[in-house]
Design a protein around this ligand. Sequence first.
Ligand code: GTP
Ligand code: MG
Length: 422
Amino acid sequence: LTESRLYQSNDKSPLQIFVRAKKKINDIYGEIEEYVHETTTFINALHAEAEIVDKAERELFESYVYKVAAIREVLQRDHMKVAFFGRTSNGKSSVINAMLREKILPSGIGHTTNCFCQVEGSNGGEAYLMKEGSDEKLNVVNIKQLANALCQEKLCESSLVRIFWPRERCSLLRDDVVFVDSPGVDVSANLDDWIDNHCLNADVFVLVLNAESTMTRAEKQFFHTVSQKLSKPNIFILNNRWDASANEPECQESELAKVKSQHTERCIDFLTKELKVSNEKEAAERVFFVSARETLQARIEEAKGNPPHMGAIAEGFQMRYFEFQDFERKFEECISQSAVKTKFQQHSSRGKSVSGDMKSMLDNIYERITIFRNLKQDQKNMLTERIQGTETQMMQVTREMKMKIHNMVEEVEEKVSKALNE
Ligand code: GTP
Ligand code: MG
């Protein structure tokens, strides 16, 4: 029952927009591939049998086979990518863990993220690591070992470690969401490299702030550069550690509401007036006040069969938990729609142009075949006419010969009888 409920709720997930679109475009490309193969075999036969298609044309058809195969490969690997940025210790790794419902990424003291970590789904229940530039699968037995492996690695901060985690452990991984965790934006001087290497194909960015302080210059600068390199990036802002504000001993509820509205206003201004990536209404839907640590704890309790509030850190848990879920919903809607557009729009127009080009080439060949056939027919007709002419001629000659022979016979007869009489 639990499984079927999970299945139902997943099916309603906005991520299914992407999942279904991916299946559909893959199926269509499968058909295009079949069509391209069939056509190429046909064209090759035409080339071998008659001089209707030339070498260049045949090679052009073959080039479509490779083109379509290359697009299919990209399509099968396409996924939705979300990248997390923010100052050190704001809780980027914790937010990802909360979304994955498991403490997969190392977080906290002694577990500073020191390079880019990408978490993606693996098939067959396997968990392993892959370092940049290597195909070697480093087996991960448990999370503790993963944390140690990541901490021991002396990697360049802009390099990438890929963590493959069993798809069935998390619905987001199952539905092809890939998470990218980053070191703090305040610790790097190579932000341009970061953007070029890790951000250009991201569908959504999440800026994780610390709700206890204000946005720093490093955080702002990073997103200014991102929005210069990408047109209208999708940015969500999480004011994390919101539980800590509720824990402040002298903090009244009205005080908290004031702080919240100040932060909200600043975040909206940043998205609309500074970055100009969204309008007021959209921006208001992109700013959240959450507690990643608490959400993760609540989800771990839920997995054990306990009520989520057992993971609460401070008063007001329900609101923060609700806000995290609201963020996830809006994030899912945004990422699946954006990924369908950026990942599939181009492929579908290329698919259209490939099949359009092939159709016009085939039409052209068909026309040539028709002309060729008519020419053959004309030749055949001419031959038939000639044969018919010869036949009539022959008949006439035969008739004449017959007459001649007849006359000769008569003449001979006449001569013989005359001779006999004489
Ligand atoms: P770096 O990888 O060092 O850049 O840090 P990070 O942004 O990944 O932060 P991380 O998730 O490691 O969190 C830092 C510390 O803050 C950890 O001890 C977390 O448990 C704690 N933390 C994260 N989110 C919250 C939260 O919402 N509330 C509270 N109270 N603590 C949090
Ligand atoms: Mg981290």
